[in-house]
Write a protein that binds this ligand. Sequence first.
Ligand SMILES: [Fe+2]
Ligand SMILES: [Fe+2]
Length: 194
Amino acid sequence: MPDPIAMLEEDHRKVESLFEQYQNGQDPLIAEQICTELMVHTEVEEQEIYPTVKSDVPDGKELEQEAEKEHSEVEQLIKQVQQKGFDDPSVPELMLRIEEGVNHHVHEEESEMFPKMREALGSQTLEQLGEKAMQAKQQLVQELRGQTGQAKGGGSTVEGELTKEQLYQKAKEQDIEGRSKMDKDELQQAVGDQ
Ligand SMILES: [Fe+2]
Ligand SMILES: [Fe+2]
C-alpha cells in the first residue's frame, strides 16, 4: 500500500544524505544526482500531489502557491548549475543555496502541508495518490535518465538537437499536460507545436 507522504519523506531524507556526501569532496557526480533527484521529486509533487492539496486540504491553495514558488526558486538554481556544468568552480556555492532552499521547503512540507494532508484526506485518497505518485516517479526517473529502451529515445542526440531532458524542461516551462508520460518524440512534438 503506497503511502505518498512516506514516499516523499523518504525522498527528502535521501536528498539530505546526498547533500551531506556532497559537502565532503564536492563530487560533481553527486551534484548531478542531487539535481536529478530534486527535479523528479518536485515534478511528482507538482503533478500528482499538489493539485489534491490545493483542492482538498484546508489552506491548500496558499500552501500550494508557496510550495510552487519555492520549487521554482530551486529550479532556477538547478538550471544555473546545469548551464555551468557540474564541475564548474561556481557550483559548490550554488549547491549550498539549493540546499538552503530545499531545507526550508522540506521543513514547511513536513511540518505543515503533510500533517494537514493526513488530517484532511481519507485513507483511500491517500492510497490513490500514493499509487499515482509512485508510477509518475518511475516514469520520470526513466525519462530523465533517457533509459526508455527505445533506440530513438535514448540519451544520444544529433548535434543541435535538444536532449530529452532539455525537451522535458521546455515542456514543463510551457506547462504541457501529460509531459511525464511522453517519450522523446512526443515531447519534441508537444514543444514544437506550442
Ligand atoms: Fe515540494
Ligand atoms: Fe517534497
